[in-house]
Design a protein around this ligand. Sequence first.
Ligand code: ADP
Length: 307
Amino acid sequence: MTSPAIHISDLHKSYEDTVALKGVNLTIQDGEFYGLLGPNGAGKTTTIHILTGLVLKNSGVTEIYGKDTVKDFRFTRSQIGIAHQELPIDWFFPIEKLLYFHAGYYGISKHKAKPRVEELLERLGLKDKRTSRLRQLSGGMKRRYQLAKSLVHDPKIIILDEPTAGVDVELRHELWDYLRELHKNGKTILLTTHYIEEAELLCERVGIIDRGQIIKEGSPKDLTKELGKAGINIHMTGWCEELNKALSSFSFTYDDNRLHVTVKEPEADMAKIIQILSHHHCHILNVSVEKSSLEDVFLHLTGKGIN
Ligand code: ADP
C-alpha cells in the first residue's frame, strides 16, 4: 500500500506558556482535498508550519509520503507548496522575478521554470502585473501571487493557510474554482479555514480542530447528517388531534398554523411528513427546509460557534 500524502500522529507543541497542539492526529491520502476547520487560535497554522518545517514540534510524528519531515526535510519540502497567510518580505521585487527565485530554491532553472511561470501568471490573472513589485499589489493580487508562488515548482501537495481570508466574494469564487481544478488534476490539498462555506463546498473531508485537537473528522455531508440539526417548516391549515400520534416518530412543534419538524435528512423525511398531512386532509400553504451546516456540528461538539 502506498504511504499517505500526509500523516501526523500525536503532535504536541507549546510556545512558552501557550499549549498550541495537544496531540493532533491526521492522515490525508494522496489526491484528497482536506479542510482543517476551526476558530482562530485552534492550532491550524501551527500544524501546517510544523509540517513545512517553519516551526519545531515538541513531540509526535509528521510524515510526507512516509518520510519524516525533519529527517528527510529535503524530500518532504520538495513535495509541498505552501501559501501562507502572511506575505513574505520580498516587497521590492517584481513578482515575475520572485516566481523565478522561488523556482530556483527548488533547483529549477529559469529556462525550465519559464512555461510554468507564464502559465501561472496567465491563469491567476497576474500577467499585467508581472513587473509590479509585491508592495504595489492590491490585497487580492497579493493572494493570487501567494498561490502562484506555492505552485511554481509543481508540488504534489498544496497547503493553503486561510486562502480566502479577507478577499472579496468574486475573488473567493475564482480561487475556489482554481482549487477545484487543481484537485481534479490530482493534487492533494490541505487548507485551513474558519469559513464554514469554504469547507463545505470544497473539501471531501473536514477535520474540526479546537484548542489544539482534532475533535471530529468526516465528509461535510456525513458530519452534518450525524450531528447537525435540520428542520422542515410547514405553513398549513387543518391541524387535528390525530396528527400528534401520526407524527409521533418525529420531533415537532405546532403553533399558529406552523408545523416545525426537526429531522436528520430533510430530503428523505419531507415526503413522509407531507403524506401524513395529506392523509389527514390538511391544506399545505408553504414548505421550507432549514439545512444544517458544519457550524451546527461545531456548536454541537464544543458548545460555541466557530466565528
Ligand atoms: P490558528 O491558526 O488556528 O488560528 P495558531 O496555530 O496560529 O492557531 O495558534 C494556536 C495557539 O498558539 C494560539 O493560542 C496562538 O496565540 C499561539 N501561538 C501561535 N504562534 C505563536 C508564537 N509564535 N508564539 C506564541 N504563541 C503562539
